[in-house]
Ligand binder design. Sequence first.
Ligand code: TRP
Length: 374
Amino acid sequence: MAKKEFSVTPYEVKGSVDYEKLIKEFGTELIDEKLLKRIKKHTGELHFMLRRKVFFSHRDMNWLLNEYEKGEKFYIYTGRGPSGKMHLGHLLPFLFTKWLQDKFKCKTIIQITDDEKYLFNNKKLEEYTKQGLENIKDIIAVGLNPRLTEIMIDTYNSKTLYNNAIHFAKRLTVSTVKSAFGFNDSFNIGQYFYTSFQAVPAILESVRKGKNVPCLIPLGVDQDPHFRLARDIYPKLGYYKPAIIHSRFLPPLQGTQGKMSSSIAESAIFTTDNKETVKKKVLKYAFSGGRKTLEEHRKYGGNPDIDVSYQYLYQLLEPDDKKIKEIYEEYKSGSLLSGELKLIMIEKANKFLEKHQKARDKAEKIIDKFLIKD
Ligand code: TRP
């Protein structure tokens, strides 16, 4: 693979992602200042992930806000494929979802795709379902409101999902799936069918209410291809196209290539890691944008844009704009050293995780409030 090449699909993220190119390739729209202003009009303040373009791209946000301003409330849909434990990167869309839920008081549906992970990987189905229940604790721990949130596990809610998915599947051809995901004839037919399942929650409120309800899907940009298909097909079935808001990936500790993977333990900070583990991982693995020697660093300064510790602070751990700017400038000027930057990040990560882990323990007892019955 040539140096600048990258690819992003739901099933593989490779290379160093150029997000501007991706917007062109996917045909999405940049979140510009005008749209941010429009959102701010309704939310009072902007989430730092919006201010900092962690959520950088969208489809049909202006339409969604037009509807909202006419009095049509929207609901939120997002999801999680329970391939393994959750790491910090997995939390981004959920933290943002919680903010949207609070600001717009919207109903939220979360889909846990144990079936998907089974179809695409090698463990037993039950293990993905179990992992899904573990992941749900992390999702609840971001503070979602049980009165507004429904969590669907695909194998638990298969009746609702299947009865809607068939209408979608009837209009989705094999050749379309092949070109959207790069599948060939050796893929199993469950993999071909799967998008029909992921698409259902995007119209579920409309089905239930018997009238169209706008839907907004916050997601990591790799999931966009599923919903490109959904946006083609749903108008043919009489539904709205879902609106989408896309986030970047939190890079793996080792550097800005691809996205973090839960299958490589050293590449990620897991939500259940203890303080010592976090410290060890960051000191040992976090890619540094610092110079080779102390003298050079003091003289020429570091590069925060490729420094993983800085990126974690910027995208997730340091919401305070003034503080993040200070860190940026001090690192760039060379007065802040790589080791010092790592220590700032470790402290922030551990504070974040301490709070998250407490909430996660409590979540265990209230899971039932979130699960829906089929
Ligand atoms: N396929 C997603 C994953 O592997 C899970 C998912 C289901 C999802 N529905 C979604 C993600 C809606 C974002 C939005 O993680």
